[in-house]
Design a protein around this ligand. Sequence first.
Ligand SMILES: Cc1ncc(COP(=O)(O)O)c(C=O)c1O
Length: 353
Amino acid sequence: MRALQYLRSDLLDLKPYDAVLPVAADKLDANEFPWDWPTGFKQKLSLLWEKGIPSNRYPDANHHGLKQAIAAYAGADPSQISVGNGSDELIRSLLIATCLGGRGSILVPEPTFSMYAILAQSLGIPVVRIKRDPESFALNLEGCQQALAEHRIRVVCLVNPNSPTGNSLNTSEWAWVETLPPEILVVLDEAYFEFSRHTALPKLADHPNWVVLRTFSKAFRLAAHRVGYAMGHPQLIQVLESIRLPYNLTAFSQWAVQIALEHAEEFLADLPLLRQERETLYNALQQLPGVRVWPSQANFLYFQVEGWDPHRLQQEWQALGTCVRATGGGIRLTVGTPEENQRALERLRQLLQ
Ligand SMILES: Cc1ncc(COP(=O)(O)O)c(C=O)c1O
């Protein structure tokens, strides 16, 4: 098809983020949290809805109360925090703040969260992709180092633990990250922090070129409300605040997160059970013929099945009632409720027979 002439030609081959449509099936494709909200939280939120948020007024553009609540939860200062419409928005803002206008490229160790490359491409920012080790999914440090020598890398994108592969950065990877010079921004995406409990936050004081991203879409079960946050040097945060849309978060989303944080203990109390389910699923997958599954620090498992194209497996599994995500050359399966996990396993056994 002939391109509309006013469009940027570099956008014509770009594909939108491929989210599976909700179907009448177990949704184990998007790393959402499977259980309902804690009762106390739910009651407060419905009370808020009943009392009404003045919808004719704009929401708090500066996120005052929200930042205070996040700062107390995370153990940071509000001046170190910027809040986005999901961490997706913050990824885009970080790229605008660093690379836009031919100022440099981003380094993406693949497979990883696809939005880094998609957002960079949408902004005309070159993406340097370095394949992770196919056995351990650790960074190919030699390849990364070579990329730094050959390209003007301005941002290194590290998801920790990584999605879709579930592994956390190991000691030698951290040692390499420590060597990255101050002119390179290191994005440490901790979307799955509450599951792994490892954070780079205490090291931010020594590294003004590191930024930590987190989200309320996973352990806090607020994916529909679209709230993520960045923690970093106050100067970087000030720039992120200046370039974002003024009313990027609805009033309801801001309140939902503040109330959720009042109930943080109850939300987090479900995590041991989730981790236990992850281990049960991992052990069961390991028993299946031709399945190679990797350990995970997050709320999903990554595996490959000998002789199966992941996309075909995704389709056939979905036809039986379980949605999963074929990505990065394998399958990413979100840990669901015990019932969803059992059904997923039964259906997979049926397919592999
Ligand atoms: C690694 C990673 N970063 C960021 C996000 C986006 O989170 P949000 O819902 O806050 O935009 C996801 C979502 O799955 C993710 O896996």
